[in-house]
Design a protein. Structure first.
Length: 163
């Protein structure tokens, strides 16, 4: 094993010296990559959209499986937005009743938290400000503000959001 690590380090040094472009995506820890979870969440979101009248030929789900992985791992740091910030049994759910499930209007919660959130906020129409503390609401807004800023740095000003 030490030999493989050494070869990997040497390879990285040579690639840096040669100015070879290195994708940051290739250095995720294996534990962070949960493709099965991302696929299940994507299927769940897609089925919610498809059950509300969209066609399967042109689904309205604005996220693909990679977007779900990015949302969970990068935007929400692999944890639920609600304390105690669980990192297992996660799902993506629409945050506010108004608007569509799109960038800036989704959050990561555990499945139990999401069920309660859907019941109170999405079905009964309660405001998130009355259901959750202002600390939670500010945390969500700050995470999305940070994501918009980082998207502008990563992809260029054209893709930045001013949330």
């Amino acid at each position: 094993m030490p030999a493989i690590f050494g070869l990997t380090c040497a390879n990285m040094v040579l690639m840096k010296l040669a100015n070879y472009p290195i994708s940051d995506q290739s250095f995720f820890a294996a534990s962070k990559l949960r493709p099965r979870l991302y696929s299940e969440i994507h299927t769940s979101l897609k089925s919610k959209y498809d059950s509300h009248g969209s066609s399967t030929a042109q689904p309205n789900c604005p996220f693909n499986v990679d977007d779900i992985g990015y949302l969970i791992e990068e935007v929400f740091r692999g944890r639920s937005i609600l304390e105690p910030f669980h990192s297992s049994r996660l799902t993506v759910v629409k945050w506010r009743q108004e608007g569509n499930a799109e960038w800036g209007n989704v959050v990561v919660m555990t499945k139990a938290e999401a069920k309660e959130h859907e019941k109170r906020v999405l079905n009964k129409g309660e405001k998130v400000e009355s259901v959750y503390s202002m600390e939670v609401v500010r945390r969500v807004e700050e995470l999305w503000r940070e994501e918009g800023m980082l998207r502008g740095i990563r992809l260029g000003a054209m893709y930045a959001t001013n949330a």
